[in-house]
Design a protein around this ligand. Structure first.
Ligand code: COI
Length: 369
């Protein structure tokens, strides 16, 4: 499938307007100095699936708590998958999504893995249209800000037996956001985790399901306590091969310009930013190699100057330089600890396309308003 949105059915969403939406002044206040994921718009999109009726009850309703039976399956067996994508405001005021169909398709793959029903791509796209019809004023225009869209599916079956749910809710919430890391765009430090793994062969590593992220929190807390920003996970089988960070893919740049990234192997998330970065690196006539990268290769490469840059990428993190990598037995500074040339150039190129400052030569952007 291409990145072009399928025909919209936003009209299929009935609208229940928020009786107390933020005033213009309140919204302006909330859009000031945005951090990541703290503010939310006035509405959310919602659909319900039942085993008997399929997807239906399309609506946009006031943002707020979701009444749920305490026996709902998501609360017990983590029957949940989610996505993250952004709406960008361009200088002319128009609003554009970055590769939304890729997110819609990945949501389907995640759903399949977790025995949840697949949301049609058209409904995914229409839910965004329907929500933005009401909440478009929440798309911020300050540099490095966007409206982060969080679509998710939850099992709402009222049943304590373990089975694929017979009732599922799809929700789309939207959060005007700034940089994911509180310090803005500065190199982060990474702790390499040897005792815990994010995913295992045949597990759910490739699915964007909440459980993967929950499992990353204990190691993440330990890393924070040591003064590190993020955790890099190794493969569960050998404890030697790089996989990904808690919520981001990872790349390493060699002195000769070759760019390395872990190969998609069922354990790591197929990042939309990851695949876009690969295209943008190749556009610079640099070679991208997707393969196993051992920790030994990374560490030795950084130590002897063969690897000059490391960066993480994801929708929320965009492209974040890595300045330091450590574990119990080593602690290395990447290059001079500052963002490298390739990292900075790819970040600039990607964000230029996303914010409409450069021509969208790949057809990645979908205008929504
Ligand atoms: C994203 O980058 O969109 C994610 O879902 C990662 C999450 C840790 C914020």
């Amino acid at each position: 499938m291409t990145d072009t949105a399928a025909s919209s059915t936003a009209e299929a969403f009935r609208v229940v307007k928020n009786p107390n939406p933020a005033t213009d002044a309140e919204r302006a206040e909330k859009l000031k100095d945005l951090a990541f994921g703290l503010q939310f718009t006035d509405h959310m999109a919602h659909m319900t699936w039942t085993a008997d009726g399929g997807w239906g009850d399309r609506r946009v309703e006031p943002y707020g708590p979701i009444p749920m039976d305490p026996a709902a399956s998501v609360l017990h067996y983590a029957q949940e998958v989610f996505e993250g994508l952004k709406a960008y405001r361009w200088a002319d005021g128009s609003i554009h999504l970055f590769r939304p169909v890729a997110n819609a398709e990945r949501l389907q793959r995640s759903s399949w893995r977790m025995a949840l029903p697949e949301l049609p791509v058209e409904d995914f796209m229409a839910s965004i249209d329907a929500l933005l019809e009401l909440d478009h004023a929440w798309v911020p225009d300050a540099p490095e800000t966007s409206l982060y869209l969080r679509p998710f599916l939850i099992g709402t079956d009222v049943f304590l037996g373990l089975r694929a749910p017979k009732r599922v809710d799809y929700l789309l919430i939207a959060s005007p956001s700034g940089p994911y890391f509180p310090g803005g765009i500065k190199p982060v430090s990474i702790w390499v985790e040897r005792d815990y793994h994010r995913a295992g062969p045949g597990g759910t590593g490739a699915a964007k399901c909440g459980g993967n992220y929950a499992a990353s929190l204990r190691p993440q807390m330990a890393a924070y306590e040591r003064g590190f920003d993020q955790v890099l996970y190794l493969d569960a089988a050998t404890n030697a091969v790089l996989e990904e960070l808690g919520g981001m893919n990872v790349f390493a740049v060699r002195k000769d310009g070759t760019v390395l990234t872990p190969i998609i192997n069922g354990n790591i998330l197929e990042g939309v930013t990851r695949k876009s970065v690969i295209q943008l690196v190749e556009e610079r006539d640099l070679k991208v190699v997707e393969r196993d990268i051992t920790l030994a290769e990374l560490r030795e490469g950084i130590e002897d100057g063969e690897i000059t840059e490391v960066f993480a990428c994801g929708t929320a993190a965009i492209i974040t330089p890595v300045g330091r990598i450590a574990s119990a037995d080593f602690d290395v500074t990447v290059g001079d600890g500052e963002p490298g040339d390739v990292t900075s150039a790819i970040r600039q190129r990607l964000t230029d396309i996303q914010y409409g400052r450069a021509e969208d030569t790949y057809g990645w952007m979908t205008r929504v308003r």
